[in-house]
Write a protein that binds this ligand. Sequence first.
Ligand code: ADP
Length: 660
Amino acid sequence: MRIDYGYFEEDQLGKPYDVRLIRRLFPYVRPYGFLFLLSIGLVVAVTVLDLALPYLTKVAIDRYIVQEIQDDKPGVSQQQRFYVADLRILKVERVVSRYPSLFEVERPYALILYGDLSKLGKADLVELRATDYAGVARIAAIFLGIVICHFVFSFGHVIIMEYSGQSIMHDLRLRLFKHIQDLSAAFFTKNPVGRLVTRVTSDVQNLHEFFTSIVTVLFKDVFLVLGITVVLLVMNWQLALVCFLLLPFIFLATARFSRLARDAFREIRVKIAEINSRLQETIDGIRIIQLFLQEARNYARFRKLNHENYLAGMRQINIFAVFMPLIELLSSVTTALVIWYGGARVLSDSLSLGTLVAFIYYMRMFFRPIRDIAEKYNIMQSAMASAERIFLLFDNQERIREPETLMRMPRGATVNGVGETVSFDKVWFSYVAGDWVLEDISFTVRNGETVAIVGPTGAGKSTLIHLLERFYDPSRGSILVGRVDIRRVPKASLRGSMALITQDVFLFADTIRDNITAGNPELLPGRLKEIVAACNLDRLIKSLPHGLDTVMTEGGRTLSSGERQLVAFARALARDPEILILDEATSSVDTETERLIQEATLRLMQDRTSIVVAHRLSTIRHADRIIVLHGGRIRETGSHDELMAKQGLYYQLYQWQAVS
Ligand code: ADP
C-alpha cells in the first residue's frame, strides 16, 4: 500500500472562481476592507493614467506638431495642408512680413504650405511656431507628471495590497493553527501530517496569490481592456473595429491555452506531490532502506519521478512558449492592420496622424492584460482548490466538547470523604463504529492506590488511558474522577490534575529546564533541584554541555529512551499531579538505567493515586490491585498473589514472561 502523506489531493483544481468560497473568504477580508477599497481605488487611478498617456501623445501630435484639420480655420484643403499662423502675435507678424511670397494672408491668419516651412530660416521657424513649442513642452510636462503619479499610485497600490494580503494570510494561518490544535486525537489518526502541513503552509500561500491577483486581474486588467475598447470606439469607431478584427482568434487561443496550461499545471502538481511523498517515505523509513540495502532501488524510483516532473515542467514551458509569442504575433498583426488601414486614412486626410499613433499605442497596451488574465487563470484555480481544502478543515469539528456549564475539578481526596479518585462505570468504546475495543469496563481506584493494568498487546490498555485523559469520549458509560463525570469538567483542569507518562516520551525542542517546567511554569528553583535529584537526572544533566539549559532537538532524539523517560518523570513531578498515569515503556534499557527509572517511579508514585499500564510484570508486584484486560474486557482483578493463586490469565502471562 502506498502511504498517503496527504499530498495526493494536490492534483485537484477548482473553478477559477467559486462564489460560495469567495463569500466564505469575505470575513477574513473584512477587517482590511478599507485598505482593499483603497487599493482598488489606486489601481483604477493607475489604469486611468495608463489610458491617458496615448491620448496625450495624440494631442501633442495633432495640436502642436502636425495641426489637425479644423473646419473653423480657413485655407484647409484636402490636397494641400497649410500651416496656419496667427498674425495677432507680434513675433509671428514679423516673420510673415519677412517672407511675403510664402504666406497667403487672410487676416487675422496667414497660411503657409507645410512643405514651405522648411524654406524659412531656422530662427524664424522657431519664432513662428513658438506657441507650438510651448504646447509640446507643456504636454511633455503633463506626461512626466502622469508618469510620476503613476509610479506613486502603483507603489501605494502594491504596498497596500501586499500588506492586506499578508495580513489576511497571517490571520487565517493563526485561526487554522488554533483550529488544528484543538482537534481531537481521533482526527489526527485519520489525517497524515503532510496534509495538515500543506494546509497551513502552501494552501494559505496560494490564497495570498489569489487575493493579489484578483485585485490585479479584475480591477486592472479587465478595467484596462474595457477602457481601451471604449476610448478606441469613441476616437474612431471604424478603425476600432479594424483593431478588433482579430479578437475572436485571440479569445480562441486564450481559451485553448488556459485548458492546456491547466492540464500541464495539474500534472506538475501531481508529480510534485509524488516527489514529496517519496521523500517523506524515504526519510521516515531511512533505517529500513539502509538496512535492507534498498538505496539503489529507492534512488531509481525517485529518479524516474524526478524525470517525469521535469517532462511535465517542459510541457508547461512549451505551452507558454507557444502562447506568449502567439499573442505577440496577433498583437503585431493587429498593429500592421492599424497601420495599413489607418495609414491610408491619414493619407486621405480622414484621420489625424495623432489618432493613428494613439491607436498603435493603445493596441500594444491592449494585449498585455489579455496575456495576464490567461496567466492568472491557473493561480485562481489552484487558489480556489486551496480555499476549498482549508474550509473543509475548518468545517471539521471533531473535537472533544467542553461542557456547557463548567464544574470545578474536585480534589479527589476530599470529595465527600469517599476517596474514590477514578472510576470507570460500564464503559464501552470503539474507534470504528461497531468494532468494540473496550467492552463494559468497570473498576474503581481509591485515593493513594496503585492499580496496574496488564494484558497482551491490543487488549485496549492504551485506549483505556486515552479515555481517562479525554482524548476520546466513551461510546457508552461514564468515567468519574472524584465522583464527577469527566465530561462535566473543563478539559484543562481534568488534564491538569493528571500526569501522563507515555511509552514514547516527547520532549519539546527547548531546554531541559523548560521541558521540566512545562508541567508547572511557577516552579521554584529549589524545587526544580529536588525534582532533578528525585528523578535521578543529576548525572545526565552534569554530562550535558550546558546542563539544564541544554537545548533538546525536536522530540528529544539526542537522549536515550531511558533518559527521556527520566525527564518525563521530572516533568510529571513538577506538576505534582493528583493522579499519575504511567504507560510503561516496552523498550528495554540497560540495567543501570532500569534501576534509576524504578527508583524514580517509586518516588513519583509515593502518596499518589497511580494507574500503571505494565508490560514487565515484575515491576507491578507491589501494586494494590492488578486488572487483567484481554480482548477489551476485564478478565481478572486482584493482587499479584491472588492472581497467581488463581492460575488464570495473569498466571499464564507471568509464566510466559518468566520464560522469555
Ligand atoms: P494496547 O495498549 O493494549 O496494546 P490499544 O489500546 O493500543 O491496545 O489498542 C486496542 C485496539 O484498538 C487494537 O486492536 C488497535 O488496533 C485498536 N486501535 C488503537 N488505536 C486505534 C485508532 N486510532 N483507530 C482505530 N483502532 C485503533
